[in-house]
Design a protein around this ligand. Structure first.
Ligand SMILES: *[C@@H]1O[C@H](CO)[C@@H](O)[C@H](O)[C@H]1NC(C)=O
Ligand SMILES: *[C@@H]1O[C@H](CO)[C@@H](O)[C@H](O)[C@H]1NC(C)=O
Length: 292
């Protein structure tokens, strides 16, 4: 009985957390904000291209606080050197917060690098870089940002690759007071992206095309007419409502996920700002506490 009860309980939680979130059509959630003529739509697939005239970008129609956003991306195939494809969340204004995935292209056959960054109150400089355990140009893979009041987690195919933990109790600001939009873009960044800018974009290989599908936003939507403070209140659990992202098990990685993150760091991380003593005379404060 007890066993059945607990199995049922686990099942119920799983249903609540994952069961009823299905992917939406691109148009329901997003719109192009840059170079509409650089988009093509093939059924559920959306493709964005970069050529010598322009890059392209799309943004969510709404802003959100807390939850999880996921897109599946198939990155530029073949020679993608000099290009950057980004998937990120960002708020507006000079003191904005931002959670970034940036996929740095490479010459044919050489590995992409995934750079993540976290901006808090307008300040970034928190880059981490890793290579992937698969070729991201061959198939669609899912890239997610999970955000709640305790942590921001970057996930690749549900494997956590980075956690930015709330350390407000140590006096370190944590982004949880501004609603954020969801964005993606592709652009030419051959001044820095590939091998530190040494490899330039070869325009004879243009257009560079990134493909998208499986758009999922399971987050608290914020009306633009509502103040930030009221949105923060609306999007936080209270006596009347419980959001899944405020459940205790969402406040930190599970043991399994911590092991996955250790594996990623040991086998795939190529740069961590926290280890960069040449760049930072004093290692950023949060690094002393981010012990994952
Ligand atoms: C862009 O590339 C096309 C095709 O290779 C070429 O015809 C055109 O002149 C280029 N335009 C610019 C602005 O460089
Ligand atoms: C591109 O490939 C080179 C050679 O394998 C590698 O050193 C580099 O980190 C790769 N990625 C980027 C974005 O430069």
């Amino acid at each position: 009985m007890a066993l059945m009860g607990s199995a049922f309980f686990t099942f119920t939680i799983a249903m609540v957390m994952f069961g009823f979130v299905s992917s939406a059509k691109f148009d329901e959630l997003f719109q192009p904000y840059w170079a509409m003529d650089h988009f093509t739509y093939e059924g559920e697939l959306v493709k964005m291209k970069l050529d010598n005239y322009s890059g392209a970008g799309f943004s969510s129609k709404s802003k959100y606080m807390f939850g999880k956003v996921t897109v599946q991306i198939k990155l530029v195939e073949g020679d993608s050197a000099g290009t950057v494809t980004a998937f990120y969340m960002s708020s507006d204004g000079p003191k904005h917060h931002e959670f970034d995935f940036e996929f740095l292209g490479n010459t044919s056959g050489e590995p992409y690098i995934v750079q993540t960054n976290v901006y808090v109150n307008g300040v970034g400089n928190r880059e981490q870089r890793l290579n992937l355990w698969f070729d991201p140009t061959k198939d669609f893979h899912s890239y997610s940002i999970l955000w709640n009041q305790r942590q921001v987690v970057f996930l690749v195919d549900e494997t956590p690759i980075r956690v930015h933990t709330n350390l407000e109790h140590k006096g370190i600001p944590f982004p949880k007071d501004q609603s954020m939009g969801v964005y993606s873009s592709i652009w030419n960044a051959d001044d820095w992206a590939t091998q530190g800018g040494r490899v330039k974009t070869d325009w004879s290989h243009a257009p560079f095309v990134a493909s998208y599908q499986g758009f999922v936003v399971d987050a608290c939507e914020c009306p633009t007419t509502t103040t930030a403070v009221d949105n923060a209140k609306r999007c936080s659990s209270s006596a009347e409502k419980r959001y899944w992202w405020d459940e205790p098990m969402m406040s930190e990685l599970s043991l399994h996920q911590s092991h996955q993150l250790l594996w990623v760091k040991a086998n795939h991380m190529v740069y961590d700002y926290c280890e960069d003593t040449a760049r930072f005379q004093v290692i950023p404060v949060e690094c002393q506490h981010h012990r994952h």
